[in-house]
Ligand binder design. Structure first.
Ligand code: CTP
Length: 426
C-alpha cells in the first residue's frame, strides 16, 4: 500500500483496493476525492469516503455493493449512489466525474459527465479539490491540480476561481466552517472575494433550504462559538433575518449553553442525543421576537419537530420564568411545566436564567421526574369496576401526582390509591 492510504486502518485499505479492482475490471478509473482526501492528509479520521468514477458511477456502485451482498442507495436527482457498509463503519458516496455550469449565480448548476479534472475544477476550495487514484496501476497517487497540499501545509482556505462564492454562496458558510474547524485562515484574495459576495448579499439569493443545511452543519461543529464569531466578523446575520445582530450578551449565552450541553452529556449519557445545533440556533434567535422567529422558521422550512422546539423556546416569557422560580418545591408543578419542553429548550433556559431556584428545579426534573409514568392502565380501572369516561384521566393525573410527590411507588400502591379514589367517587 502506497503513500497516504497507508495511514488508513487495514480493513479500509483492503476495501479501497477491492474498489479499485472493481473499477479496473470494468475499464473505469476510480479516485477518492474531496473531504476524505483532505482529512487523510491532515491525519484526521473520516469514515465518509467519496469516490469519483471516470466511467459509470452507478454501475460501479452496484458492483461494489454486490461484493458485500448489499445494494447501493441511488440518489436519482444527482445521479449518485451511496454504499453503506455498516460492518466497516463506512459510508461510501459514489459519483460519475462531472462538469458543472452555473447558468445563474446562486442557483444549482447544470451538470454533465466529464473527466476527473473537470470534477475537481468545480469544487469549492483547493484543500477539497484533491484526488487519490485507487486503480492498482497508479494506486495511492495524489492528484493535486490546484495546490491543495501546499494550502493544507500553510493552513490556507483558497477558492479555485474568482466567481466561486458568486456561483455558490453556500461556500461562504462552508469556508468559515473549514477555517474554524482546522484552525486555518482564508488567504487574502479569497477573503476579499468572500467579502465581495457578502456585500452583494449573495447569501440572500440562494434557496433558503440550502442555507439552512449549511448553517446547521456549521452549528453542528464541535464548540461552534468560534464559527459564530467569525460569521459575525465576515458576514453578519441579516441573511438569517433582516436586522438580526448578535451581541456579546448572546455570545455569553452561547458559551453558557455549551457548558450546559457538556453537563447534560456527562450526567445523562443514556438520554436521547441532543440536537445541539438547535440549541445554538435558538440562542442566536434570542434577540428576535416570536413573529420574526416564525418567519425564519417558515423561510428555512425546518422539519415539524424542529420548528416546534425553536418556537417553543420563544413561548418562554417572564411569567414562565417566575413560575419556574416559584414552584421549586412542588414536583407535580415542576413536571407539568418542564415535561412538555424538549431537552434543547430546557438546557437553553438553564443557560440563560442563572437563578439558583431555576437551576435546582431543572436539575431535580432531569434527575427525578423526567419521563415519570404510572404503571396502572385503563384495564386496571375497568377491572376495579369503573366505567370508562372522563374520570379515568382525572384518576391517572392524581396517581401520577402522588407518584411525583413520592406518596406511591409500586403498582400495588397505585392500585390501593385508585381504589380509595373510586370509593370517594361512589
Ligand atoms: N463541494 C463543493 N461545493 C459545495 C459542496 C461540496 O465543492 N457547495 C465538494 C467539496 O469538494 C467537498 C465535497 O464536495 O469536499 C464533499 O462535500 P461534503 O461532503 O459536503 O463536504 P466534506 O468536504 O466531506 O466536509 P465534511 O468533513 O464537513 O463532511
Amino acid at each position: 500500500m502506497k503513500g497516504y492510504l497507508k495511514k488508513l486502518p487495514k480493513e479500509v485499505q483492503d476495501l479501497i483496493l477491492l474498489a479499485g479492482d472493481i473499477a479496473s475490471i470494468n475499464n473505469m478509473r476510480a479516485y477518492l476525492v474531496g473531504g476524505c482526501v483532505r482529512d487523510l492528509l491532515l491525519k484526521v479520521e473520516n469514515l465518509d469516503l467519496d469516490i469519483v468514477i471516470e466511467g459509470n458511477g452507478i454501475k460501479f456502485a452496484e458492483e461494489l455493493a454486490g461484493a458485500f451482498n448489499t445494494k447501493p442507495i441511488r440518489h436519482r436527482r444527482f445521479g449518485t449512489a451511496t454504499v453503506d457498509l455498516l460492518s466497516h463503519r463506512l459510508k461510501i458516496d459514489i459519483a460519475t466525474a462531472r462538469k458543472e455550469f452555473y447558468p445563474e449565480p446562486a442557483h444549482l448548476p447544470v451538470v454533465e459527465n466529464g473527466s476527473l479534472k473537470d470534477d475537481l475544477k468545480r469544487r469549492d476550495f483547493t484543500i477539497n479539490a484533491m484526488a487519490i487514484n485507487i486503480n492498482r496501476d497508479g494506486f495511492g497517487k495524489l492528484l493535486d491540480l490546484f495546490g491543495g497540499e501546499e494550502d493544507l501545509n500553510n493552513r490556507k482556505i483558497r477558492v479555485l476561481h474568482d466567481l466561486s462564492f458568486i456561483d455558490d454562496p453556500t461556500r461562504i458558510l462552508r469556508g468559515i466552517r473549514f477555517e474554524q474547524r482546522y484552525n486555518f485562515r482564508f488567504e487574502p484574495k479569497t477573503k476579499k472575494l468572500l467579502k465581495g459576495a457578502v456585500a452583494l448579499r449573495m447569501l440572500e439569493r440562494v434557496e433558503p433550504q440550502r442555507i439552512r443545511d449549511d448553517l446547521i452543519l456549521l452549528l453542528k461543529e464541535n464548540y461552534p462559538l468560534k464559527e459564530i464569531r467569525r460569521l459575525k466578523e465576515l458576514v453578519g446575520f441579516a441573511f438569517i433575518s433582516p436586522g438580526l445582530s448578535v451581541s456579546d450578551k448572546i455570545f455569553r449565552l452561547i458559551k453558557f449553553a455549551e457548558k450546559q450541553i457538556n453537563w447534560f452529556k456527562k450526567n445523562y449519557p443514556d438520554r436521547r442525543m441532543l440536537d445541539t445545533w438547535a440549541i445554538y440556533f435558538m440562542a442566536l434567535m434570542d434577540p428576535l421576537n416570536s413573529n420574526a422567529v416564525r418567519k425564519v422558521c417558515r423561510k428555512f422550512v425546518f422539519r415539524k419537530g424542529e420548528d416546534k422546539r425553536i418556537l417553543g423556546y420563544k413561548k418562554i416569557g417572564r411569567k414562565f420564568i417566575s413560575n419556574l422560580k416559584r414552584i421549586k418545591n412542588k414536583p407535580p408543578d415542576i413536571f407539568s411545566i418542564l415535561e412538555p419542553l424538549s431537552y434543547e429548550v430546557i438546557l437553553l433556559v438553564k443557560a440563560k436564567y442563572k437563578y439558583r431556584g431555576i437551576q435546582k428545579t431543572i436539575e431535580d426534573f432531569l434527575e427525578i421526574y423526567n419521563g415519570m409514568k404510572i404503571c396502572s392502565k385503563g384495564d386496571d380501572l375497568r377491572r376495579l369496576g369503573l366505567t370508562p369516561g372522563p374520570s379515568y384521566q382525572e384518576i391517572f393525573t392524581k396517581v401520577l401526582n402522588a407518584k411525583l410527590n413520592g406518596a406511591v411507588k409500586t403498582k400495588e400502591e397505585e392500585l390501593e390509591l385508585i381504589k380509595k379514589l373510586i370509593r370517594k367517587w361512589s
